[in-house]
Design a protein. Sequence first.
Length: 161
Amino acid sequence: MIDAFEFCRLKERREGEIAIADLPRLADESADRAGSVSWELQGGVDERGHAQLILSVKGAINLMCQRCLTPFSFEIASESILVLASDEASADEIDAQLADEAVEVIVGSRNFNITQLVEDDVLLAIPSSPKHEVCPDHVMPTAEKAVEKESPFAVLKNLKK
Ligand SMILES: [Zn+2]
């Protein structure tokens, strides 16, 4: 827990590592709850004077491929710019003012939960329907038999008839 506004005002920086097994919503999405993510949080102020956090998250998570139903490792490498608002109303106001897709406006607090922020960030970064780019070949024994060619000798035999 940090005081998000003080963290930005003092331009503090913090980093850490969290096991995927300790992030329940993320663990649910993962194939085996293995691995961890490392994060870095930098506080600051944007050019309009809003408190701003820059969050970078790196790591890997094993996701289940929705096409072939085998797990694969998905690389996480995200960097987000988060502007802090004091409440929901001013969050909407700042969001309209910034009109920047790359910046997210969130409600900051004096007991701000970094773990939850990291988890939210990773949940947004992973695909909703994860798939291998190219699924590994799983040649089924039955499928192999089906494509087996007739031997050239058998073909010759048939020709002689
Ligand atoms: Zn696959």
